[in-house]
Design a protein around this ligand. Structure first.
Ligand code: SAH
Length: 295
């Protein structure tokens, strides 16, 4: 999906600050912003804006202007992905990611899996969701908490909906935790294709069905729902718009896990879901993002 990125190299606090600033500006344009740790020993992090198409000096200049306050000497670097896609690249370059009992890793890091890990092996693919983003990691942690805490155990949340599945990582995580069935949807047909490949690769085909759909515009939802657990790692605004649909497709007493929400947007999102009669159970914070569990 993304062909190049603009990024600065900074420390962890700097990356979080840049993330908040860039998100405020680029969220409406739908440009993905991400931070990642690139050198643990030196404490180096990168904050990136991902973009499609030809690089634009204008976009680079806007990023520089947005960051000028806290980073007066910021050097904006550009990286092109060309034929190599960035997820594959980030999987090669980065260490496996742990979140709760999950270990998300590429094929080259199979040796890192320990006996009690719930390992998710992702094939290189053009879809968001490698576990390196704070929102994916937050969702993985929250899925484990919610499914384990259910009075009837993980199967108590069956069936599950993963809205905006990307690489399929969250649906696969839910399937690894217990005998549940999961509908995994994405607006982007490439993501759905990548998710299906990852589902096969992780031996979850009998538990997960991947479907291309915008929001709730598919008969797959009424055929498969209502859902005991709805996971949606999208962005604050679309989540707020979809609050009534999310509530409508939720089984009585069911749980919702939301992410893709900046810490500063948490109260707005909570208000939209409170208006549907839902209440916050817990919020997790990671790299400037929040993951919220509601009931
Ligand atoms: N669930 C993955 C991916 C999150 S990225 C993870 O947690 O890592 C968000 C995904 O939502 C993208 O793949 C994007 O294509 C999809 N998306 C965005 N808006 C959507 C909508 N209205 N309906 C369905 N999917 C959507």
């Amino acid at each position: 999906m993304s062909e190049h990125r603009y990024y600065i190299v900074t420390d962890e606090a700097g990356a979080n600050r840049a993330l908040d600033l860039l998100n405020d500006f680029f969220e409406d344009e739908g440009l993905p912003i991400a931070t990642m740790e690139v050198d643990e020993a030196k404490g180096l992090w990168e904050a990136s804006v991902y973009a499609n198409g030809e690089p634009e000096d204008d976009l680079k200049a806007r990023i520089l202007a947005i960051l000028a306050g806290p980073f007066p000497d910021a050097m904006i670097e550009t990286e092109f992905f060309g034929e190599t896609d960035w997820i594959a690249k980030s999987l090669e370059g980065l260490k496996p990611v742990r979140a709760g009992r999950f270990l998300v890793h590429g094929a080259h890091d199979r040796a890192a899996v320990r006996p009690h890990d719930l390992a998710i092996e992702l094939e290189a693919g053009q879809a968001f969701g490698t576990g390196h983003h704070g929102t994916t990691a937050g969702c993985l942690e929250m899925i484990e908490k919610v499914m384990r805490a259910h009075p009837r155990g993980p199967r108590g949340v069956d069936p599950v909906l993963d809205l905006g599945t990307g690489s399929g990582v969250l649906a696969i995580a839910a399937a690894k935790l217990g005998p549940i069935w999961c509908l995994a949807t994405d607006i982007d047909p490439i993501a759905t294709r990548v998710a299906s490949a990852n589902v096969r690769h992780n031996h979850c085909t009998s538990q997960i069905n991947c479907v291309t759909a915008t929001g709730f515009h598919s008969t797959a939802f009424s055929r498969s729902g209502p859902f005991g657990l709805i996971i949606a790692n999208i962005l604050a605004r679309p989540l707020m718009r979809m609050a009534p649909d999310i509530k409508r497709n939720l089984a009585p007493g069911g749980s919702v896990i939301l992410s893709g929400i900046l810490a500063s947007q948490r109260w707005q999102v909570l208000a939209a879901f409170n208006a549907q009669g839902m209440r916050q159970v817990e919020t997790l914070w990671r790299n400037g993002w929040v993951t919220i569990h509601l009931k």
